[in-house]
Design a protein around this ligand. Structure first.
Ligand SMILES: Nc1ncnc2c1ncn2[C@@H]1O[C@H](COP(=O)(O)OP(=O)(O)OP(=O)(O)O)[C@@H](O)[C@H]1O
Ligand SMILES: [Mg+2]
Length: 306
């Protein structure tokens, strides 16, 4: 599952909240966070610690800050394995660590165990993070912009390793990204976030064929495409609203070309509606059950683009 949205829309806060890693001065005001039928919001710190790194694990954007700089990779992998499987001997944990490092395509995995994070390249460190994330056969892996800190040629390799890790463990992956190209390549389903709210969820192909929310449409138009030569990209006018900003009605309405006072865009928050497999939160979008598609009215001054 992909989670996309502009910088500041609240993707990381959402991901961290799932594992109870959010800033504890913030309170969860409503809703629930369910994993395997359990509501994680009701769990104690101890119970959450048991879940982190075993049932659910996380791959962060910057592997250098997520790895401990003063411990060898072997010690760190051993620590992760034995924290959740204390019955495993050190020797067995080391064998498992070698297996994990070869699964993420690290060359000479046994030699890597005695190395420190700073001795590895960024792409290699991110593969170590993926190895740690799958060490205890999680059911859920949350990867928060796992390739943003890497250069483009390495990004693809790391994404392929993540895909393989998912296949090997059978875990579900929540992949956070602001790159729709990554979503197209990696995800089955996608949720689009704007200013702290999910505005659209769909199967990936449906989202690209029939974006139902004006924000999703705008995001797609602002993408560079190899097949089109444009003098400039269509940027979304206005500033992205932060997840914490207070906005009445639909949070996208101040930037939305279709915003309409009489439809309630500036006063009523639209709920997510539609059919399973394609939900949209927009007062102006209409669901056509027969055609199984969303339609939006033409954008003023932009009719030819509809
Ligand atoms: N649910 C929320 N309620 C209130 N404030 C929130 C919520 N989610 C996020 N915020 C605020 O918005 C800020 C940005 O959120 P966050 O870091 O999650 O954005 P992001 O989408 O991960 O951005 P980036 O793409 O830059 O990593 C947070 O620091 C927090 O102050
Ligand atoms: Mg983030």
């Amino acid at each position: 599952m992909g989670l996309v949205g502009e910088s500041g829309s609240g993707k990381s806060v959402t991901a961290m909240s799932v594992l109870g890693l959010h800033d504890k001065r913030r309170v969860v005001q409503s809703g629930s966070i369910r994993l395997l039928g359990r509501d994680l919001l009701g769990l104690s710190d101890k119970e959450l610690t048991d879940i982190r790194g075993s049932v659910a694990s996380m791959v962060f954007q910057d592997p250098m800050t997520a790895l401990n700089p003063v411990l060898t990779l072997g010690r760190q992998l051993n620590g992760v394995i034995r924290a959740h499987q204390p019955e495993i001997s050190r020797g067995h944990a080391t064998e498992r660590a070698v297996e994990l490092l070869s699964l993420v395509n690290l060359p000479e995995p046994r030699t890597q165990l005695s190395r420190y994070p700073h001795e590895l390249s960024g792409g290699m460190r991110q593969r170590v993070m993926i190895a740690m994330a799958i060490a205890n056969d999680p059911k859920l892996i949350i990867a928060d912009e796992p390739t943003t800190a890497l250069d483009v040629t390495i990004q693809d390799q790391v994404l392929r390793v993540l895909k393989r890790a998912k296949e090997e463990t059978g875990a579900g992956v929540l992949l956070i990204t602001h790159d729709l190209g990554v979503v197209a390549e990696m995800c089955d389903e996608v949720a689009v976030m704007y200013a702290g709210r999910i505005v659209e969820t769909a199967w990936v192909q449906r989202l690209f064929e029939n974006p139902g929310h004006p924000y999703t449409k705008a995001l797609m138009r602002s993408r560079p495409l190899m097949s089109e030569r444009k003098p400039s990209l269509d940027a979304i006018p206005g500033m992205a609203a932060s997840a914490s900003s207070k906005i009445d009605g639909c949070r996208f309405h101040p930037r939305c070309p279709l915003s309409d006072h009489s439809a309630g865009c500036d006063s009523i928050e639209p709920p997510l509606t539609g059919a399973t497999g394609h939900l949209v939160a927009c007062h102006r979008a209409t669901w056509d059950g027969d055609g199984a598609a969303w339609t939006l009215p033409p954008e003023p001054g932009n009719e030819d683009m509809q």
